[in-house]
Design a protein around this ligand. Structure first.
Ligand SMILES: [Zn+2]
Ligand SMILES: [Zn+2]
Ligand SMILES: [Zn+2]
Length: 150
């Protein structure tokens, strides 16, 4: 069999691989605490708080909530994760660096947060001119009851 490398490029990166790449591109080191938080958020089904994340990190990895908040700040700035305000927790981004507004449908019963992209969101264009904000971003959150809980 002959492999020319093209096939490797076609296989999608995992959340962790993509996150490591984004960290490196932005000159952030791959540290133990950053890897620990990535590992927890990779498989989380519901938004997690810093305290939830601390509980899920294996005991042999030294980490505290202050460190976790610092890690979450970096990840949120790089759009590796999002803060879900309705649940006061953090989730991984499922649409790595994709354009458009990253938005969530959130279940009031089980707490799951399903991400979707709004490609033609015009919220920013509705900002009155006198509010001369720069670098605007936002996350839309819709809440309701998911299919499984209905
Ligand atoms: Zn996203
Ligand atoms: Zn549900
Ligand atoms: Zn939007």
């Amino acid at each position: 069999m002959h492999y020319d490398g093209a096939e490797l490029k076609l296989s999608p990166m995992t959340f962790i691989e993509a996150s490591i790449q984004i960290l490196r591109e932005n000159k952030y080191k791959i540290t133990g605490p950053r890897m620990a938080v990535l590992n927890v958020l990779e498989s989380a089904k519901v938004p997690l708080s810093a305290y939830d994340i601390e509980e899920h990190v294996p005991e042999n990895i030294p980490i505290n909530v202050v460190t976790i908040y610092r890690v979450l700040d970096v990840f949120e700035t790089l759009n590796i994760i999002h803060k879900v305000h309705t649940k006061e927790g953090y989730v991984r981004c499922d649409f790595e660096q994709q354009k458009g507004c990253h938005s969530f449908a959130i279940c009031n019963k089980c707490g799951r947060a399903d991400e979707f992209i709004q490609e033609k969101c015009d919220l920013k264009s509705t900002l009155p001119k006198k509010l001369a904000y720069k670098s605007l971003s936002h996350i839309s959150e819709l809440s309701g009851v998911c299919e499984q809980c209905a």
